[in-house]
Design a protein around this ligand. Structure first.
Ligand code: FEO
Length: 162
């Protein structure tokens, strides 16, 4: 695998695992605020992020690219509200989208077709990731985290499968 692409893909394993860590930290905050449904949604999200890291891991194994696991940063724990959490989620997913786009650019530059095909899955996934975070954020802004509405949103997000 081309040097820059290889480095960025290795880093992306760490980035996806950091995402899992970030969402788990957000889930812990929601548990402490007695919002188990939103915490559940975030825990499912954290599991998805681990599966994203594993997709990169397995792909690198398949193409014979050496894997070097990097240190994962401590995620923030100082959230001020559920709206704050979903603002940060959307912001974070936009950053991940930029990372995926960068990987696609590197793969294209290297003429690495297997990587380009694999990365297409992530391009589509990021559209979903940003859409989900943005929809929940819009709902939170509408209900202003008030009484019955936040309880209903908590129940709704508690139904996420995974
Ligand atoms: Fe793995 Fe949320 O992007």
């Amino acid at each position: 695998m081309e040097k820059n692409l290889h480095k960025a893909m290795n880093e992306q394993i760490r980035n996806e695992l950091y995402s899992a860590y970030l969402y788990l930290s957000m889930a812990a905050y929601c548990e402490s605020k007695n919002l188990p449904g939103i915490a559940h949604w975030l825990k499912v999200q954290a599991k998805e992020e681990v599966s994203h890291a594993m997709k990169f891991f397995e792909f690198m194994v398949d193409v014979g690219a050496e894997i070097k696991l990097l240190a994962i940063d401590q995620p923030p724990a100082d959230f001020s509200s559920v709206t704050d959490i979903f603002e940060k989620t959307l912001e974070h997913e936009k950053k991940v989208t930029a990372m995926i786009n960068n990987l696609v650019n590197l793969a294209q530059k290297a003429g690495d077709h297997p990587s380009m095909v694999m990365l297409q899955w992530f391009v589509n996934e990021q559209v979903e990731e940003e859409k989900n975070a943005s929809q929940i954020l819009e709902t939170l802004k509408m209900i202003k985290e008030q009484g019955p509405a936040i309880v209903m949103l908590d129940r709704e997000l508690g139904k996420r499968e995974g």
